[in-house]
Design a protein around this ligand. Sequence first.
Ligand SMILES: Nc1ncnc2c1ncn2[C@@H]1O[C@H](COP(=O)(O)OP(=O)(O)OP(=O)(O)O)[C@@H](O)[C@H]1O
Ligand SMILES: [Mg+2]
Ligand SMILES: [Zn+2]
Length: 527
Amino acid sequence: MYRALYRTWRPQTFSDVVGQQHVTNTLQNELKANKLAHAYLFTGSRGTGKTSCAKILSKAVNCENLQDGNPCNECEVCRGIDSGAILDVVEIDAASNNGVDNIRDLRDEANYTPVRAKYRVYIIDEVHMLSVGAFNALLKTLEEPPEHVKFILATTEVHKLPATILSRCQRFDFKRIEPQDIAGRLNFVAEREGFALENEAASLIAKIADGGMRDALSLLDQCASQSKNVTADLVSNVAGLTGHDHLFLLADCIKNNDCAKALSVINDLHNSSCDMERLCTQLIDHYRNLMIIRSVKQPEGLIVCTAAELKQLETQAMSYTLEHIMHILGVLEVTCGNLRKGLNRRVETEMAFVRLCTPNLDSSVDALLKRVAAVETAVRTGAVAVQQPVVSQPSAEENAPAQPAAPAPKTLPDGELGCWTDVIQELKTFNLPLASMMFNTYAVVKDGVVNICHNSAFLVGKFKDEESRKDLKKAFYNITGTDCLMKFKKIAEPANIPEPEPIPHETDPLADLLSRAQASGIDISSN
Ligand SMILES: Nc1ncnc2c1ncn2[C@@H]1O[C@H](COP(=O)(O)OP(=O)(O)OP(=O)(O)O)[C@@H](O)[C@H]1O
Ligand SMILES: [Mg+2]
Ligand SMILES: [Zn+2]
């Protein structure tokens, strides 16, 4: 019968245990000095060696031929414990023996001297599962156990143990095992088992296992059952890391505000029975990866993927700002929450994408604040009075029928141009690449000349190009109705937006806004 790799390769001595030197060294020293506690508590996350160390310790305290604090695994006692012939070492699974009676039986039995070994050892695994009564029953024995008894308690959930139990045990915290330690052990096992394990495959498994050796060995096992040559590709197939093309595709759609494409991709996914909640969590993972890449110099350790995929992620991350990524993550988190509430999954997902691909629809506080700021600047600089076409704020014209639409003036007022973002939005409709490079720019009008301020060396070259300049002028004309002379100014980073003319502070800002609007000829009284 096939035996799982992780069981075959359970460490048999402390020296075999990987990555828990702070535990194994201490135990070996105690054993060598014969200064043993009567109760031990092993805690830490899954598959990090607690049960293994408990088993090793139970042999070591009884071994007739202790070797540098390790059990010899050859003497009669060691072999008897391993084969189960010696009954003085008892393993109890507290998950299924959690009652008071189980512990009372244990207590009664513990009074008898061991039959063959030096100590009776009780390994109580998953000890947090004991009932309150069982804990109390255990407490007494734990406090004053007979000379010939040792307890080893193990649990992943130490916070569930009563303080009275904790204070009676010598406690060891098992750490998540470092990826390189896991990879080392995997190589060792693969070599003994006679299969080839690529270095990249080993470190990928180690990353996926997230500190747990059992999971690592299980994954290796699964891979090896498919091929004796374990490659990184095989690992990512078996672990389900492949097939992320749709995530890259959707992220590109969001980046390019390509709503139609995004919806069609979602339609395809839906038709191929892709679960929308899973899609949403995958996307969150995807954007989390992009966030990590944008925030950390060496992201490799924090991202689970193949080297090839990391390259692809890095390229995509560079096309985003960190703020944009954070914003998308926020929207996706909310969507995921809604999906869990059981709302119409497809519609929820589509709504999220329409929102993400259409920044103008974004009603988040951040986005609104930005837009309010733009309107305020427009009013302050007077741009709102002169530009009627695109900023579709019907109130001004519609509510004031007496006012003819303001004619496009031939010159623009001096100061920062409030409708600059609209110019760029307009540009986006026919020259997306240029527009997307210009999001951090701003424009200041001085004596009828539009000074476009930017801090990108790349744009310097772009502006030398006739086509680009023509497109920009066209967008500018469509929005402002004027055809101004344009100058390009490269300014030092960061782009400092010049302070607009100070508004006298004694006035109420709202009143000030109104009076300025009135001064520009907009009738607001009928509103
Ligand atoms: N530190 C380690 N060094 C080497 N192998 C390990 C280590 N930890 C775990 N393993 C491997 O994982 C398997 C399971 O380990 P073990 O049962 O000791 O984990 P555990 O900490 O008790 O996990 P759980 O909390 O799930 O009970 C072992 O058989 C062994 O193959
Ligand atoms: Mg265990
Ligand atoms: Zn021995």
